[in-house]
Design a binder for this molecule. Structure first.
Ligand code: ADP
Length: 302
């Protein structure tokens, strides 16, 4: 469990994180999302005990970071944006080094390292870490963060250098760790990544938490949704509450509808009752991402 209470950190009198409270429970994956400069790294550095807050409290499992930093830090598996490894060692030997540091018993250490190298797709790779690509380093970083099965996992921009296979492996591993009971905090500036993996999203803007909820709850809060609808015949006029605008193609067989809420069911009803067979009906997630980012920017500029 991670519990941040009223955290504040200022640089030269300017708050980078401003009175932030956030909880991540066992089995939850929470995404810390915001544009560059929103305060994500500062929040993560405070949560991992690498920098001290000016005010507020960080609790990791039963331990308060400011009172018992060693006990609190021992519960955290942390993957920074760039993990330091020994370039002259293999992945297995690097993990073995960290496993010894964590005082993992030899048998458990070997079993865990073998398992993790398979999950992150680095088993059987004999190249020394110095010759790794950024993506391979990131895969190894994830294995290191999970090595001693920590109850709290903190990942900073974990997919920044991964290819699609790497991203898919990463999602599987992180979902499994949450299913095994870990509390997981993932920072990212990529909404689509966070909305896929996270059970909740904490939106940061200028150091402040501006929203905290599921992707559905957040996207329902004031951001317009864009719905695309296509029929096999010209579409009818829509008179449904929540619609802000409708633009039809010249042949009227498809339309883009801007709405204040999810009105897909009402649209489907209207189309079919007009006798038009429905070809496609979907929320445009890229436009939803853009709408949310515009809201960030407006709040950051306010
Ligand atoms: P993010 O990770 O969301 O991009 P950061 O936590 O890095 O945001 O930064 C939040 C704010 O704090 C920014 O305005 C940044 O310039 C400022 N900041 C971060 N670290 C320092 C530092 N060491 N010294 C001065 N200002 C900093």
């Amino acid at each position: 469990m991670i519990e941040l209470t009223d955290l504040t950190k200022r640089y030269n009198g300017v708050p980078a994180v401003d009175n932030l409270s956030l909880r991540v429970s066992e089995g939850e994956i929470v995404g810390l999302l915001g544009p560059n400069g929103a305060g994500k790294s500062t929040t993560i550095l405070m949560t991992t005990g690498l920098i001290e807050p000016d005010a507020g409290q960080i609790k990791i499992e039963r331990h308060i970071m400011q009172k018992n930093p060693l006990l609190a830090k021992a519960k955290i598996g942390y993957m920074p944006e760039d993990v330091g490894f020994y370039p002259g060692l293999t992945a297995a030997d690097n993990l073995d080094f960290f496993g010894r540091l964590y005082e993992m018993e030899a048998g458990r250490r070997k079993k865990r390292i073998d398992e993790l190298l398979v999950s992150v797709g680095l088993d059987g790779v004999s190249t020394l870490v110095g010759g790794y690509s950024k993506g391979m380093r990131q895969r190894l970083g994830l294995a290191k963060a999970l090595l001693n099965e920590p109850p709290v996992i903190i990942l900073d921009e974990p997919t920044a250098n991964l290819d699609p296979v790497g991203v898919s492996d990463y999602r599987k591993i992180v979902r499994q760790a949450a299913a095994d009971g870990a509390a997981i905090l993932v920072s990212s500036h990529i909404l689509s990544e966070v909305s896929v993996i996270c059970s909740r999203i904490a939106l940061l803007s200028r150091g402040k938490l501006v929203a905290d909820g599921t992707w559905q709850e957040i996207s329902d809060q004031g951001s317009d949704l864009i719905v695309r609808v296509e029929g096999r015949l010209p579409l009818p006029e829509f008179s449904i509450g929540g619609i802000r605008s409708v633009s039809y193609t010249p042949d009227r067989t498809s339309a883009v509808i801007v709405a204040s809420q999810d009105i897909r069911c009402e649209i489907a009803d209207a189309v079919t009752s007009a006798g038009v067979p429905l070809r496609n009906l979907q929320i445009d997630s890229e436009s939803a991402e853009e709408a949310l980012l515009q809201r960030f920017r407006k709040e950051a500029d306010a």
